[in-house]
Design a protein around this ligand. Structure first.
Ligand code: DAH
Length: 362
């Protein structure tokens, strides 16, 4: 009996001395756990005579109940103390202004697109649209890409699986348009010249590096009228770029190029500096290609039902994301599509600052 009394006072003293919940739990395990001191005593009951068990059993159970109650009591006390400590330390000053919560912003690509539309609208261009999912005819054939010509592969096209016709033969496979030039075709087939449109939209190619992403954006331009020549094209692009970059310090170069749908064809690069993880225009030794352009090929006019002896035209296709990179100093195109909220917070635009010719672009 004295042993039980000693054990009880020992356990109760340890419970009272437990400074935190972890220490209290260690005391509980040592006394009431599987191999604990009190549990050990309970196990001896089975081997006792019924007489012994009567007295000893009651005493051991009383000891267990006393220990259990003391532990629960101490636990409640420790938890209350812990809560009080947290309440005391984690104060909330309701007189402080509410914390800034990030709201949505306009993505630099959309801002750039809006700026481009605003400038071309002021120059007398209407906005035309076409579908992102298109067919071989609008993306290639009508644009004078010969059948099976490697140029079709050059575009790294995303093709859909071909559907099967009722007779089991393969139907035409659709594709994600590789350029907005598809809208040239749709416009010429549905409108009579004179035509002066831009077509902003998403384009897709299987390509991924610092200046290429699988989804990107283009603004296509098309002008069809009588007596149109390269001079009109050059003036239009230079006027646009000066307005877009809001400076005359933009240096550009025309490079001869080949596109099946234009003749002659050219690409235009903007001079820039790409050192030090930044991109700056008007300086440096790098050139970033921003657009393709040329005089609309007579075959394209014919494919769209326009007589090339009566009408001529020029066309261009600009990379919207790249123009945005150049204007707003973003060195890697992939960041534009990574959905990093810190990047968006830094480069995003206010939805209330819609660009227009009267109040400014950006
Ligand atoms: N479609 C071309 C491309 O995606 C760009 C282009 C070049 C568009 C010349 C045009 C053009 O309208 O005339 O790379």
């Amino acid at each position: 009996m004295t042993d039980l009394k000693t054990l009880e006072s020992d356990v109760l003293a340890q419970v009272a001395a437990a400074a935190d919940l972890a220490a209290l739990d260690a005391v509980r395990v040592a006394a009431l756990g599987k191999t604990g001191s009190i549990s050990g005593l309970l196990k001896t009951l089975g081997a006792m005579s019924p007489e012994e068990r009567k007295t000893q059993g009651a005493a051991i159970n009383a000891l267990r109940d006393a220990a259990t109650a003391a532990i629960a009591d101490r636990k409640a006390g420790l938890e209350a103390a812990e809560l009080d400590a947290r309440l005391a330390s984690e104060t909330l000053d309701l007189t402080l202004p509410a914390p800034y919560r990030r709201k949505g912003s306009v993505h630099p690509t959309m801002q750039t697109m809006d700026e481009m539309v605003a400038i071309f609208a002021e120059m007398g261009f209407a906005v035309a649209e076409g579908p992102d999912i298109d067919d071989d005819f609008h993306n290639f054939t009508a644009l004078n890409f010969p059948p099976k010509h490697p140029a079709r592969e050059m575009h790294d096209t995303f093709f859909f699986n071909p559907k099967t016709n009722e007779d089991g033969s393969e139907a035409e496979r659709l594709l994600l348009r590789t350029h907005t030039s598809t809208v040239q075709v749709r416009t010429m087939m549905s409108q009579k010249p004179p035509i002066r449109i831009i077509a902003p939209g998403r384009t897709y190619r299987c390509d991924n590096d610092a200046t290429h992403t699988p989804v990107f954006h283009q603004v296509e331009g098309l002008v069809i009228d009588k007596g149109i020549h390269m001079g009109h094209l050059k003036w239009t692009l230079e006027t646009f770029l000066a307005r877009f970059f809001e400076t005359d310090a933009v240096t550009t170069q025309f490079r001869p190029h080949h596109f099946p749908f234009t003749e002659p064809s050219a690409e235009m690069d903007v001079q820039c500096d790409r050192s030090g993880g930044e991109i700056k225009i008007g300086q440096g030794t790098s050139w970033l290609e921003i657009l393709g352009c040329g005089m609309v090929h007579p075959n394209v006019l014919r494919a769209c039902g326009i007589d090339p002896d009566e009408y001529q035209g020029f066309a261009f296709g600009m990379g919207v994301d790249r123009l945005g990179m150049l204007k707003y100093g973003m060195p890697d195109l992939r960041d534009m599509f990574s959905s990093d909220s810190r990047w968006l917070a830094h480069y995003g635009f206010s939805a209330f600052a819609a660009p227009n010719a009267a109040s400014g672009l950006s």
